[in-house]
Design a protein around this ligand. Sequence first.
Ligand code: 3HC
Length: 715
Amino acid sequence: MFEGKTLTVRALETGFAELCFDNGAKPVNVFDRQTVTELSSALDALAGSQIKGLLVTSAKKVFIAGADISEFGPAFGAGKEQLKGFLSVNNANFNRLENLPFPSVVAINGFALGGGFEFCLACDYRILSSAAQVGFPEVGLGILPGWGGTVRSPRLAGLANALKWVAEGKQHRADDALVDGFVDEVVDPDTLRQAALARLKSAVDSPAAYRSRRQQKAQPLMISADQAAAIESSALEAIRKKLGDHYPAPQVAIKTMVSAVNKPFEEALEAEFDGFYRLSKTPEARALIGNFLSDQKLSSVARKYASASPGPVRRAAVLGAGTMGGGIAYQNAVRGFAVFMKDINQSALDLGIGEARGLLDKRVQRGALSQEKADSVLAAITPSLSYDGMAECDIVIEAVVEKEAVKKAVLAEVEREVPESTILASNTSSILISSIAEALERPENFCGLHFFNPVHAMPLVEVVRGQKTSDVTVARAVEHVLGMGKKPVVVNDCPGFLVNRVLFPYFAGFNLLMRDGADFKDLDRVMEGWGWPMGPAYLLDVIGIDVAVHAADVMADGFPDRLKLDFPQATHLMAEHKRLGQKNGKGFYLYESGAKGKLAKQNDPETWSILSSHVAERQRFGEDDIVARMMVPMCIEMARCLEEGITGSPAEADMALLYGLGFPRFRGGVFRWLEEIGMAQFCAMADRFSHLGKLYEPTEAMRGMAADNRRYYSQ
Ligand code: 3HC
C-alpha cells in the first residue's frame, strides 16, 4: 500500500494492514524528517483504503527512539514559527492516526522512547513485549515531549503517573508500564505479534471500546483545581529534591501539564508547544542536547580507533591487586573477560579478590545479578603470585604503586614473559607514558590506560598515546576499554594527560583563593551551587590530600610557568599536618561514619588554625569572583590541550570531563560553557584576574577567537 525508505504499509490477508517502521539508513528507528514525511504519505494511503484495522510493528530491535536529535540544531536555532513547523507535521500525523476510521494496535517490541512512545499513545491499543522499555527521556535533553505526550499521557494514565513519567524522564520496564496504565497488555516477545493481532480483531469486532478510548484521550480530564494544585506541588517538590534548580525542564513540564489538564485537546497541545519552545531556548537544553551529540561523536571516534585492532582481547591480566587493580580485574570479569591478577603479596591478592567479591555481593543483594552469575564472575579472576599463565594474555594492565622506578621494573619484567603481540598498559595517573616506555624493549606495544576511582562506577578511561605507542596498540586498547563497558577517550601524553591536567589548574585557583583569605567552605558552597557534585575542598578530601599534593607537584614540574606556586599552599599544609582527607578521617573537614556506613563531613576548627598563619586575613569573595577564579584556569588549560593536540576535539574533551570529573551536565563541559558565555566575555573575565599570573592568561588563539567571534563547536 505504501513503500518508503523508513517504513512500509502492506495489506494483510485478514483485511488488516501493517505499518512497519524500518529505517534502513539509521542504526535505530527515529522520527527524522524522512520518516515524518513518509508517515504522512502512509496515512494518506491508509485513509483512502478499505482496510478494517491497523497493526503497527518495527523491523528493528529498537521500536522507535524518538525524534532524531541530530536534527534539533537548525530547528531549535530558528524562530518560534519554524519550530512550530518542525513539530506540527508529526503532531498532525499522530492526530490523523488517532482518528482513522478503524482501530490501531501497536506491537512494541523494543525501546519506544520520547516521540516513539508518543506515537504509541496515539494508537488505540499498546501491546508491549516483556523485554521492551518505554518512557519519555525528553527532560534529559532539557525539553519536554512535543508530540502530544504531555496531553495524552495524563488522559490515559492519570495526572500523577503522567507527571512522574514525564518529569523523571526514566525508561520504564514493561511491568511498570502496565501497572501505571500506559500500556494495555504485556506479553512474551515470541507472542507479541499474535497478541497484537488478537487485540486488533477484538477491537474490530466490538468498536465501542476503542471509540470510547479515543473519546477519553480527546476530553479534558476535569480534575478539581485543589486536586491539581496538590498533585503539582508534590511533583515539583519531589523533582526539586532530586535535581535542585539547575534543570528547568522537569519543572516546566509539570507546570505545563497541570495547566493543560482541563483544557480541550487542541488547547492542551498549544500549551505543550509553548512549554517546548520556552525550553528549547534555554542554555540547559543547548548543553544537554550538545552532550548527546558529543557522546555520539565520542562513540564514533572510539569505534574508528577500534576498527584497526588486530582482534579482540581474549584474556587480560592486571598487575597489582590494590584498589585500582582489584577494580580493573572486577570490571574485566564482569564484562566476560578471563582475567589474571598478579601481586607479590598473598594478602594484597586476598584484598583484591575481596574488593571484587564485595561489589558482586552488593549486586546480588540488589537483585541485579544471580548468585550463580556472581560466582562465575569471581571464578573468572585468577589470583597469582607468579607470572605463570601470563603468556596467554593479550593485554596486561599495570596498576602497582605510583612510583616510576617500580612501574618501569615491573613492566620490563612482564614484557619478557609475554609474546610480542601482547600489549602492555599502565594505569598511572601522574607519570609520563613516554618515560615509562624507556624501560621497555617494545615501547610501541605500550600505552596508558587511566581508570578513575572507583573503577566500576566511573565511565571514563583515558587511553594515553606515548611518543612511541603504535596505532595498533591504541586500537586494541580502545577496543578492550569498549569491551569493558567503559568510555575510552584517546589523548596524547603530557603531565596529567587530559583530565588531571585541567583539574590541577582548578586546584591551583583554589589554593590562590585560600592564600587570599577565602573560606574553603564558601568555595565548596559556591562551586556546588554552580553545579559540581563536590566543591574543591571536599573533592580534595575524597581524592586524598597526599595523592593530590603528589600530583600537583608533578604538574608544577611539568608546567612551572603557571603551576609552580611560590607560597604555602593550603593543600600542602593539610598534608604536612597529616590531614589526608577521608582516608584518615580528617582533611579540610572531619569525617565520621554516619548512617549506613556513609562518611559524614563536619567542620573542624583545627583546619583554620593550621591555615590561619599562612594566609591573608579571612575575607568574603563574591560568588561570581569565586566561579571565575576557579574556572578560568581550568578553561585556559583545556584550550591549551586542544591547541597542543592532547585531545582530538572539543566534544571528546567535554565528554571526558563529564564522565571523568562529574562536570555539571547542564553546562555541557568546558568548551560548551565557553560557547555559551562567548570568548570575548571569557577573556574579559580572565583579564580581571591577570594580576594572579599566567594561570589567568588566555592563549593567543583564544584571544584570536574572541576578536573574530569564532566558537569551538561551530568551527
Ligand atoms: N536521535 C538520533 N540518534 C539516535 C537517537 C535519537 N533519538 N537514539 C539513538 N540514536 C543513535 C545513537 O546515538 C547511536 O548512534 P551511533 O551509532 O552513531 O553512536 C545509535 O543510534 C545507536 O544507539 P545506542 O548505541 O544508544 O543503542 P542502544 O541499543 O544502546 O540504546 C536507546 C538504544 C535506548 C534507544 C538509546 O539510543 C537512547 O536512549 N536514545 C535516545 C532516546 C531519546 O532521548 N529520545 C528522545 C528524543 S527527543 C523527542 O523524541 C522529542 C519529541 O518529544 C518531540
